[in-house]
Design a protein around this ligand. Structure first.
Ligand code: BJW
Length: 225
């Protein structure tokens, strides 16, 4: 059985990481244009580094929850690819191996001069030099609005070749990820939504279960183990 799982901020919410669009979410105190666009970074790189340095620092205080662990267990029983929109490292810390970070990683650094990527230090600054080209053009390795997410060809190939596509803890606001379920349905792939509440695209799913990820994800995984 081939399964592709897409995860969003909701799977990490019960680990203590804020989602984006909740009233008290990550963007409640920031304009999206200021911290999640290349234009925002060009205008005020210190503000953007401070935003991501803070979130990177928070990773030491959070742990994978029962939903992350259930997906790592599922990998031992089916042919599974997890595509996460999350920039935290909780899937890999739960033991997930076949994993794509389509929106980048807090623990990654990227040179916007030469494109080199490397492990980010705990605190990034505008003066940091790229280890490959030495230019002080380093930025967090995060996919911002208007930029191409990572590994799109591999993701679309895996979705259209899957038996089942499952979306967990994402609001369905951000494309291309929000279009994956429709793409799966067009290819004749079965679809399931697991979320706290219906997403923006509930009609793209053949089936849905609603509740906290730490309850509904382990329950669903238990049907395969
Ligand atoms: C629980 C729970 C619990 C809570 N249990 N569930 C105009 C200009 C430029 C671009 C565009 C434009 N118009 C449209 C676009 C495209 C744009 C886009 O989609 N915009 C929309 C806003 C309209 N997209 C892009 O620009 C993307 N690139 C692109 O399109 O390239 C061209 C392309 C074309 C064709 C093919 C391929 C590519 C890039 C998007 C990059 C998004 N990056 C961000 C920010 C990263 C920086 C950061 O981390 O700060 O990634 S946006 C932000 O949203 C973040 C997330 O990964 C993403 C998704 O959010 P998510 O995960 O859904 O979180 P929430 O908060 O929205 O939802 C949480 C959910 O969990 C809710 O449903 C809750 O109910 C649930 N929940 N607790 C279970 N306990």
């Amino acid at each position: 059985m081939k399964i592709v799982v897409l995860t969003g901020a909701g799977i990490s919410a019960e680990s203590g990481i804020e989602t984006f669009r909740a009233e008290t979410g990550l963007w409640a105190n920031h304009r999206v244009e200021d911290v999640a666009t290349p234009e925002g970074f060009a205008k005020d790189p210190d503000l953007v580094h401070a935003f991501y340095n803070g979130r990177r620092g928070q990773l030491a205080d959070v742990q994978p929850n029962a939903a992350h662990k259930a997906l790592a267990l599922l990998e031992k029983h089916v042919d599974l690819l997890v595509v996460t929109q999350n920039v935290d490292d909780l899937h890999e810390r739960a033991g997930q191996r076949n994993l794509i970070h389509m929106h980048g990683e807090l623990r990654g650094a990227l040179c916007h001069g030469c494109g080199h990527r490397w492990a980010a230090p705990d605190t990034m600054n505008t003066t940091d030099a790229c280890p490959a080209c030495a230019a002080a053009k380093t930025r967090p390795d995060i996919v911002w609005f208007g930029e191409m997410p990572y590994q799109m060809d591999r993701i679309f190939d895996a979705i259209t070749a899957a038996d089942l596509f499952v979306s967990i803890g994402t609001s369905g606001n951000v494309y291309p990820a929000a279009g994956f379920a429709a793409e799966a349905q067009r290819a004749g792939v079965d679809t399931l939504e697991l979320n706290l509440e219906p997403s923006n695209t509930p009609t793209d799913f053949a089936d849905a279960r609603y509740g906290p990820a730490t309850e509904i994800v382990p329950d669903w995984v238990a049907t395969f183990t």
